[in-house]
Design a protein around this ligand. Structure first.
Ligand code: ZN
Length: 427
């Protein structure tokens, strides 16, 4: 069995505990031993990586991932990428996420029916490098809602970003189709979005009968429902129907917050706040000035989202980083910026932001008992970081500071350290 010994590292285990100087032994795909002293663990035959004081932490999880968003400025430009190019795009992006330190990603919807499933299967089969991945369905929406990009004179589903349903029966049919394809989760667009002015963020679109039909099917297959839910009514609808992963949750009231808190051991919130910030302050090169973004409602939503998410964090709701990277305004692989945003705008400590990306990451991947911590027996998903992320979270999105990335005991990015040495077993 291959083994790797990291010596002379500062171990940041993800739980919020203070880092310590020590060493970590990986055997096969698991963390075998975690040493808490500067004297290294003895491990003959292991490849020894002298960390020279670098930080060893768990791989991060992106809780709201869209591999198939192609860094374009419109939904239509994502949708119109031909399928063949789209598959190659997704494969390339999956590799980039892994190399950027995201050893787990939760798919939050893909732009064509089977893109996520195909990429997940290829990763799991070892055909392409990529993070551990939970594959999403396409977005499911209703006529006029977010994701319905059909035109009155071109009513063709191929032109639509999301799949349109128009009754509980149609919802059941579409949900069954995605479950047949092998999706790990079914994504429902419960609210609108300020990106689509005819269906803004504070509007709620799907009937309870439609949501119930989807969740019936999801439960029968033991899978998971996820929701695009920006409005308070949509967050409550998601909670009423037992949806586990809530994306955005920008608008809340006291009742919504109470309901979120009551479900806190079951649910996860992945708000994806970077896109709100980017639309307000960074989208001008793509034709959206600050004044236009304010008019679209982004300032109101930003202000509401910060209040909502701060309250959720105070109440112990698990709020996770990631979300809606893959637009021109929020290009892929800057995702770790969310950790900085959590500290700057949501009242997290840096250690809490890292816990959200690691410990909570293992939990949202449904493997909290073996993923997301530097802990004996856990899966060896590890990052070797040049510097102290607790003092400066921005190093987590600087490729030059990410010295090594390990997933499942294998290096996705090998350390290029002069002191790395290999000892061969004497016998
Ligand atoms: Zn999203």
């Amino acid at each position: 069995m291959d083994s790797v010994l990291f010596t002379n590292v500062r171990v940041l285990d993800g739980t919020g505990a203070m880092p310590w100087s020590g060493s970590v032994l990986v055997e096969g795909n698991r963390i075998r031993q975690v040493g808490r002293s500067v004297a290294p663990i003895s491990a003959s035959g292991a490849t020894v990586i002298d960390g020279a004081g670098a930080t060893l932490m768990p791989g991060m999880c992106e809780a709201h991932t869209h591999f198939s968003w192609n860094d374009a400025a419109t939904l239509s430009a994502i949708q119109k990428m031909p399928l063949e190019e789209h598959v190659l795009w997704c494969a390339k992006v999956a590799r980039r996420y892994l190399e950027a330190g995201f050893t787990s990603c939760v798919g939050a919807a893909c732009a064509k029916p089977r893109l996520d499933v195909v990429i997940r299967n290829a990763i799991n089969a070892g055909q392409i490098p990529g993070p551990r991945y939970l594959a999403a369905s396409q977005e499911i929406t209703v006529p006029g809602g977010l994701g319905d990009e059909t035109l009155p004179h071109l009513p063709f589903p191929e032109f639509s970003f999301g799949v349109n349903v128009n009754s509980a029966d149609e919802m059941r049919k579409v949900t069954r189709m995605f479950l047949k394809y092998g999706c790990d989760s079914i994504k429902l667009n419960l609210s609108g979005d300020n990106f689509t002015p005819d269906s803004p963020a504070d509007t709620t679109w799907m009937s309870d009968a439609e949501v119930a039909a989807a969740m019936d099917e999801v439960r029968v297959r033991g899978k998971r429902g996820t929701a695009h839910a920006r409005s308070a009514a949509s967050v409550k609808q998601a909670l009423r129907h037992g949806i586990d992963v809530i994306y955005h949750a920008s608008f809340t009231d006291e009742e919504t917050l109470d309901m979120l808190e009551a479900a806190k051991d079951r649910i996860f919130v992945a708000p994806g706040i970077a896109i709100l910030y980017a639309m307000l302050h960074e989208a001008e090169p793509f034709g959206v000035t600050n004044a236009m973004a304010v008019k679209m409602g982004y300032q109101i939503e930003w202000d509401a989202a910060l209040e909502s998410l701060k309250a959720m964090h105070r109440r112990g709701v698990r709020v996770l980083p990631g979300g809606d990277y893959g637009f021109a305004f929020t290009p892929h692989c800057q995702n770790a910026r969310d950790l900085e945003f959590f500290v700057k705008y949501l009242g997290f400590t840096p250690a809490e932001a890292i816990r959200s990306a690691t410990v909570y990451g293992g939990q949202i991947m449904m493997r909290g008992n073996e993923l997301g911590q530097v802990k004996e027996g856990y899966l060896a998903d590890l990052l070797l970081v040049d510097g102290d992320p607790l003092a400066n979270l921005s190093i987590l999105r600087d490729p030059s500071r990410l010295l090594a990335v390990m997933k499942d005991g294998q290096f996705a990015k090998r350390p290029e350290m002069a002191s790395a040495r290999q000892f061969r077993r004497a016998a």
